[in-house]
Every structure is written in C-alpha cells, then in structure tokens.
Design a protein around this ligand. Structure first.
Ligand SMILES: C[S@@+](CC[C@H](N)C(=O)[O-])C[C@H]1O[C@@H](n2cnc3c(N)ncnc32)[C@H](O)[C@@H]1O
Length: 298
C-alpha cells in the first residue's frame, strides 16, 4: 500500500471495488495527489460544421470519444479564448464525455430530458449528438438552474426548455420521453482526484445517503420513459453502492427494464456485476473517472 497508511474509508472503498495491491495503491495515490483532472470541450450549435478550436488539441483517438468533442493539449487554456465567450464551445471534464458514450447506442430521440442538468455539460453533449430540439434541461436547485440558463443562452440554445421539477413531480406529471439522462447527485469521490476537497465523501453515511437518494430518483425516472426508450445513469463517484448497486436495485425492483451493452466501452466493463455497467478510474488516463450504465425499457 501507499507510504501513508490508508484510512478506513479508503480501505472500505478499495475492498468494495475488489481492488488489491498495485490497483488499490494506484487509486489511493490518485486520490491523494489530486492531479488526475483532464479537460475537454464540446462544440455547440454556434460553431460552424468546419470549425476547429483555436487552441492546440491532443491527438486522442479513443473510439468512445463523442462527436464534436476535442481534448485541449497540455497547457492549452480553452476558456481564455474569445470563441469561448462567444459560446462556440463549452468546457467540461473528459470523464463526463466518456460517460456520455452510452448515447452512441441510443436512436435519435423524439424527446429527451436531462433530469439533473446544471451546469449543463451533459445537455451540451446530448445536443452535440442529437440536436437541442425537443430537449428539456431540468434542475431542482434554483441557483444552479440560473447558471444552467446562462450557459444555454451563451451557447446558443434558446430552444431548450428549462424546468425545475423534483424527480417525483416528473413521475406524477405523466409526461414521458424517449431518452432520460440521470447524472445523479453523488458523494463525488472523484473530486479528490482533481485536487478538490470533499470532506466525508468516503464515509458510510455520505455514501449510503446518496445511494438512497439515487434509488429514489431512479424510481421516479423509470416512470418518465416511453416503451423502447432509454435512461443513461451516470455519477462521478467510485463507490459501488451509488453505482452498480443502484442499477441492480432498479433492475430487480422494476419489471420491464434491461441494461444495454455499450461495445465502445467494453474495456471499461465493471467486473462487479453480471449486467453491462462501466467504470472509469484515474489509472485509465481519461480524467478523474466516473460510472455509467445504459438502461432500456423493453
Ligand atoms: C452531478 S450534478 C449534474 C451535472 C450536470 N449533469 C452537468 O453535466 O453539468 C447533479 C445535479 O443534481 C441536482 N440534484 C440534487 N439533488 C437532487 C435531487 N434530489 N433530484 C434531482 N436532482 C438533484 C444538483 O443540484 C446538481 O445540479
């Protein structure tokens, strides 16, 4: 293990992930070093089809890289260019782009809802793939909803409907969609790998509290999907309680849903469950990491 003795929360996390020896050490070292951040930009509808970002980009040829996403080269500062202020591209984490690779398996939706949308990264990625017509970006937190609105306005997406419903209100509304994205509030353990303080994120109470909330959100989300429609579930945390176990709970408790294979993400398939679910760790080199799983209503 690392030179610094591992804490209880760190040991519990590694045990739950089935990580031992060098693999456990690698995750703990990344959480302590806090330098795994990797940025990306996604072009918006304001960028012409032949637009190329005005900063040097890394030559990343990962098959899962979503359309219209570029990875700034080391030292490039995409947010300092005038084109950023003009809304030609939106800056986000490369791990977020990785999570959105699930969308490659989803047919063009006639309607979509980003249920936990602020500040707007996943909505930008959805729009880059499917366009922004008939898309709803929902955010329960009023302050964060304001930021979401600002980002959508800056990136030329006035057609996106912005709402502030709780998931249970969506479930009761009777409105349904072909595609839902649930980028769930979580304990945010990957923030440690970006050098962002996140006290308590490894504690049982934090993880269990989030898992309970995520199950509640998903129980509402499944009621808002048309037959044949999809839910992409994502988090930026590592603990299986908030990831695989939430998906297993939904698949067991709610009839008529299946987890869908995402071949582009095959190298990242979780070994913790026997259905397709995917996890990214800092050691993969694509940022601080995350989790994603694509569900389909049969
Ligand atoms: C991980 S963030 C979303 C990030 C966003 N998808 C993006 O890519 O920019 C999770 C969001 O869920 C919202 N949230 C918190 N509690 C919630 C709840 N109980 N139901 C739905 N959303 C919630 C938070 O305010 C936060 O904006």
């Amino acid at each position: 293990m690392s030179a610094e003795p591992a804490g209880k929360g760190e040991l519990r996390l590694c045990a739950r992930l089935g990580l031992e020896g060098a693999a456990a050490e690698s995750l703990l070292a990344a959480m302590r070093a806090g330098n795994s951040s990797r940025g990306a930009v996604v072009l918006t509808a304001l960028a012409p089809p032949d637009y190329v970002p005005p900063f040097p980009c890394a030559e990343l040829t990962a098959p899962w890289l979503p359309p219209r996403v570029y990875v700034p080269a080391e030292g490039a500062r995409p947010t300092s260019h005038a084109d950023y202020a003009k809304g030609l591209y939106y800056s986000l984490d490369l791990s977020s782009c990785w999570e959105s690779a699930c969308l490659a398996m989803v047919p063009q939706p006639a309607s979509s809802l980003d249920m936990c949308a602020a500040p707007g990264g996943k909505t930008m990625l959805m729009a880059a793939r499917f366009g922004a017509e008939n898309h709803t970006a929902n955010e329960v937190h009023p302050g964060r909803r304001g930021i979401l609105r600002q980002n959508l306005a800056q990136c030329g997406m006035p057609q996106v409907r912005v709402t502030g419903n709780r998931p249970d209100q969506w479930a009761r509304s009777g409105e349904t969609f072909d595609l839902l994205l649930v980028d769930a509030p979580c304990s945010g353990q990957s923030l440690l790998c970006k050098g962002i303080r996140n006290p308590g994120c490894l504690s049982s109470s934090m993880v269990n509290g989030n898992a309970k909330r995520q199950k509640g959100i998903m129980l509402s989300a499944v009621q808002c999907v048309n037959p044949g429609g999809h839910i992409v579930y994502t988090t930026c945390t590592y603990d299986p309680e908030e990831n695989e176990k939430v998906m297993a709970y939904i698949l067991k408790r709610v009839p008529g849903w299946e987890a869908v294979e995402v071949p582009l993400l095959a190298p990242f398939r979780s070994r913790l469950v026997d259905f397709p679910a995917y996890r990214l760790l800092p050691e993969h080199g694509f940022g601080a990491g995350g989790f994603c799983c694509l569900l389909r209503k049969i």
